[in-house]
Design a protein around this ligand. Structure first.
Ligand code: IPE
Ligand code: IPE
Ligand code: MG
Length: 246
């Protein structure tokens, strides 16, 4: 109780975090839910519940600090390999989140889903359409949720669209590819954060991340705090981005 009150009092006096500059587009691989649960002898589903809460907290924080784009990896094209029970747990959490649409209306967050919607349950597809429609004029954070998303799948789809459009091979440029990805019209992520101690992209934004900066950490996603995001952004601001120049 005392510690709680002290925390409340301290938060009242806490200086607002300000940054010299922010990345334009942060992408987060929300990983480590299962291990977080295992450490506490809880079922993996409890890890996903905690991870989902954390996602809402971090998205709200990104909106508050004025970030323009946040793209989170929620479910990959490879995650269907997991036991059906776990996949169902994750999809049910998503349903809950989508039904709680006031989350983003009040917060002025513009929500968009990226990935292949085709295999999703019909009710989820409808909820996604509604939420995207309802939040489309929001002027705050542009929040992309990567769901049934795979970078290779995205590129294959883009190539199919380009070929079907009948464009001549010599006219295809980087831009042609970018404009046919799920992220068409958005800036590429300049900062990719992966907690959980893994040092890989796991098929995330593989085209868009060509010149991104990376920040890896052993923290498991449900333990990730706004102060870790602050640390990551401070680190990003020290990077010297050369894009092949000198
Ligand atoms: C990320 O956490 C959530 C999804 C991939 C859906 P994990 O479930 O991969 O957690 P770990 O990696 O097993 O700890
Ligand atoms: C990446 O995490 C996908 C998401 C966080 C949604 P995984 O846990 O699926 O990645 P791997 O299997 O460790 O590469
Ligand atoms: Mg994982």
């Amino acid at each position: 109780m005392c510690a709680y009150l002290l925390g409340v009092i301290m938060s009242l006096f806490k200086k607002e975090t300000t940054f010299n500059s922010l990345p334009e587009h942060i992408a987060i691989i929300m990983d480590g839910n299962g291990r977080w649960a295992k450490k506490r002898s809880l079922p993996r589903s409890a890890g996903h519940v905690a991870g989902s809460k954390k996602f809402k907290e971090i998205a709200r924080y990104c909106n508050k600090i004025g970030l323009h784009y946040l793209t989170v990896y929620a479910f990959s094209t490879e995650n269907w390999k997991r036991p059906k029970e776990e996949v169902d747990n994750i999809m049910n959490l998503l349903r809950e989140y989508l039904k709680d649409a006031k989350n983003f209306k009040e917060e002025n967050i513009c929500l968009k889903f990226i990935g292949d919607r085709e295999p999703l349950d019909e009710d989820i597809k409808l909820l996604i359409d509604d939420v995207e429609e309802e939040s489309k004029n929001a002027t705050g954070l542009k929040l992309n949720i990567a769901l049934n998303y795979g970078g290779r799948d995205e590129i294959v789809n883009a190539v199919r669209k380009i070929v079907k459009s009948g464009i001549s091979a010599d006219c295809i440029t980087d831009e042609t590819i970018s404009q046919n990805l799920y992220t068409a019209g958005m800036p590429d992520p300049d900062f990719i954060i992966r907690p959980s101690g893994e040092y890989r992209l796991s098929n995330y934004l593989i085209w868009q991340s060509a010149y991104a900066e990376y920040w890896f950490s052993d923290i498991l996603w449900p333990d990730f705090k706004t102060k870790h995001l602050d640390m990551a952004i401070e680190d990003f601001n020290k990077r010297n981005r050369r894009y092949g120049g000198i």
